[in-house]
Write a protein that binds this ligand. Structure first.
Ligand code: BDP
Length: 698
């Protein structure tokens, strides 16, 4: 056996943080500040639980586990109605009925220590919040009352029956379909705890490009096993369904949503699902999008399709989540407008059990998009926002990009739907137009990798997504600090340094990939490196050249009326902020304008120069990140430190690839030299093109 030296032991106790990252934000590392720890240990002697439900027991045990590791002290759980001195009282008989199912009050002040809820799920959420608070502020007093703003806080897994994950970059699927329902991988439990800790209460398990297999009895048994395991953690299970299932599974000749046999088939299937999963969450549907079947195959509308499924669910609490990610391959149109145009006429036609799930932006999860115009335009339809947590267009799992600033940019954007202050966040939480359902979804970045997310820093994106789904008014900065403090280090200066790296990382990524509002220039299919040269000779429909429109005359997609009138889909106030290229936020400039290369910008540079400066700045910023991270070697647990350090090297290499492609390719249109002070790449356009081609080799 390998001998553990005293020094190694010291190091281990110093870095209580999980080595492989497998504990996510639940490593409950011993509080290093001994003043705080001693004070807390003296003040907390027991947990008193006044309820005996399974979930309350779970909450008490979670708190016990947290306290014992944080304080390095045994803490008993006492099952009794009244608190005793020095106990934390877990009470689910709060008089504060407004707390509802999920809300809680936590406090530690004036000799009182309490977690109070109206329901045992609120209690569980309260426990996690209490533990988080101790890790963040130590022995200082606190009092908080929280009620989530959104009803369904949901992860969408794009996991396939064969164990692969569509757009997954952290290994294979978490769900071991061939082992279920007999073997339950221990990671399912860790996954459920981690989700509950950030308030996630809904998960769809399978890819939206759905296989009918998930509706067979064989698979429903497997799904049931997961649903049973997740239930105590307050997580409801949803299934992504294939609209053609009545034909593929039911042997019917049609899947027409108005056909009585089809409707009956879905009713029976829904009843069958409920025999396995009585609290089934509902259906998630991608229909008539990217080749998936849907109601339009039968001349029916999205509303008719969705309402048919809602009718199947009529005797149950479940809902239908109908995605608005639709477009057709029409290079003469503007994909920006497609979802809006297909769905707007249907506003008011959807059943109350239906919510329409809209991607944050109008194209497709680009690193930066203006908010989707649908958010400002639907008065009678519940809308959900869908973010992508997995980094399909953001460097997969090799780039460190903290996504909360991007999520916030959308959530805080003002739609002006009902005047100033009607932000996307308020539209989706139902406070702009009251809706019976509210939902925020994130496409999960989880996989079988030991740390669940591949890139260690990508855990923060799952974390921040969950916390924002709970409360979209939280700031990206607060969440960065919070996550770092419970995942990486307890030292103020270290937390400060890491969170500032996190906060700049999205802007950095955008700089070296899509500066000034460029979009959709990634390599075809793999969506990894750059391919701005993809044009009609290579594929007929959506090409990079379609989106950037680079020519001798300039660059950008004019959506103010000249190439498309998409800007008109927004409220006049929003149009005003973007319609004049002199006033337009530079981050969105080329989303809405086609401008000459020598167009003068507010920065004092002309467009070409600004574009080049941003590409170069992006690369420089990655180098700064790399150096800043290197400084933290003594502060971060070794495996995590090395993992991030290595990935930053990859990121540097790939940032250069994007930068060089942008410069070498666009120069063929602008015919302008690199601005003074910037060093030209040593490789040619042909060489960077060859790099991209590798990803298409068979
Ligand atoms: C695109 C992805 C594709 C997804 C699609 C979707 O490339 O794999 O199926 O989104 O959201 O961005 O349905």
């Amino acid at each position: 056996m390998k001998k553990i030296t005293f020094a190694a032991l010291l190091l281990l106790s110093f870095f209580g943080f999980s080595q492989s990252g497998s504990e996510l934000w639940l490593s409950y590392t011993k509080i290093e500040n001994s003043d705080h720890r001693t004070q807390l240990a003296a003040a907390i002697n027991a947990i008193v639980l006044a309820s005996d439900s399974e979930r309350s027991q779970l909450a008490a045990q979670e708190l016990q586990q947290a306290l014992e590791s944080l304080l390095d002290k045994k803490i008993p759980i006492l099952q009794q109605a009244q608190p005793i001195p020095g106990s934390i009282f877990l009470n689910i008989k709060s008089n504060d009925t407004a707390l509802g199912k999920d809300g809680f009050i936590i406090l530690r002040k004036e000799g009182k220590q309490r977690i109070e809820a109206f329901n045992d799920l609120g209690l569980l959420y309260g426990v996690f919040a209490f533990a988080r608070e101790l890790q963040e502020i130590g022995a200082a007093p606190f009092e908080k009352r929280e009620i989530p703003k959104v009803r369904y806080r949901m992860l969408n897994h794009w996991d396939n029956a064969n164990g692969t994950v569509e757009r997954g970059y952290a290994g294979a699927s978490l769900w071991k379909w061939f082992e279920l329902p007999y073997r339950l991988d221990p990671r399912y439990e860790q996954y459920a705890r981690a989700n509950a800790a950030i308030g996630i209460n809904a998960v769809s398990l399978n890819n939206v490009n759905a296989s009918s297999r998930f509706l067979t009895a064989e698979y429903l048994e497997k799904i049931k096993a997961l649903a049973d395991l997740f239930r105590p953690y307050g997580i409801q299970v949803f299934i992504s369904v294939n609209f053609r299932s009545p034909r593929t599974l039911g042997g019917l000749t049609t899947s027409d949503p108005l056909d009585p046999d089809v409707r009956q088939w879905w009713k029976e299937k829904t009843a069958e699902i409920h025999r396995y999963i009585p609290d089934f969450g509902g259906f998630l549907v991608k229909a008539n999008s990217e080749g998936e079947p849907g109601p339009q195959d039968y001349g029916r509308t999205h509303a008719e399709g969705a309402n048919m499924l809602a009718a199947a669910l009529e005797n149950y609490p479940g809902i239908v989540i109908w995605r608005a990610f639709v477009y057709k391959a029409d290079p003469n149109g503007d994909r920006f407008k497609e979802a809006y145009e297909q769905f707007k006429p249907l506003d008011g036609q959807f059943d109350e059990k239906v919510i329409v799930q809209v991607k944050n932006g109008p194209i497709d999860f680009m690193p930066r998009e203006p908010f989707h115009p649908m958010f400002g335009a639907f008065k009678k339809t519940a809308l959900a926002v869908e973010f992508q947590i997995t980094q399909e267009y953001l460097g997969h799992s090799t780039h460190w990009v903290y996504l909360a600033p991007m999520f916030k940019e959308c959530l805080d954007a003002d739609t002006y739907a009902t005047g100033k202050g009607a932000t996307v966040g308020k539209v989706i939480d139902g406070s702009v137009y009251p809706t019976p359902i509210s939902l925020m979804a994130g496409v999960a970045n989880t996989g079988s990798d030991a740390n669940f997310t591949g890139h260690p820093m990508a855990q923060s994106n799952w974390y921040a997504f969950g916390r924002l789904a709970w409360d979209h008014t939280l700031s990206a900065a607060q969440l960065a600090k919070e996550w770092t403090a419970i995942s990486l280090s307890q030292k103020k200066e270290v937390i400060q340094k890491i969170s500032s790296l996190m906060l700049n990382s999205h802007a950095t990524y955008v700089n070296y990939t899509y500066p000034l509002g460029l979009h959709h220039m990634m390599g075809e299919g793999h969506h990894f490196g750059p391919q701005p040269w993809l044009d009609k000779s290579q594929r007929p429909d959506w090409t990079s050249t379609y989106y950037h429109r680079a020519a001798a005359s300039g660059i950008g997609f004019d959506r103010t009326g000249k190439m498309s009138n998409a800007l008109a889909l927004y409220a006049p106030e929003v149009q005003n902020t973007w319609k004049d290229p002199q006033q337009c936020d530079l981050n969105y400039l080329l989303w809405f304008h086609h401008l000459p290369w020598d167009y003068p910008l507010s920065t004092g540079r002309m467009l070409w120069e600004e574009l080049m400066h941003r590409y170069y700045q992006g690369v420089e910023e990655v180098e700064q990140m790399r150096l800043a991270w290197a400084q933290l070697e003594e502060e971060i647990e070794e495996e995590t430190f090395n993992n991030v350090a290595a990935r930053l090297q990859i990121q540097k290499r790939e940032a250069l690839w994007w930068r060089d492609s942008g410069y070498l390719y666009f120069k063929t249109f602008s015919n302008m030299p690199l601005p003074e002070g910037l060093t030209p790449p040593t490789r040619s356009l042909e060489e960077v093109k060859a790099l991209e081609k590798i990803y298409h080799l068979r």
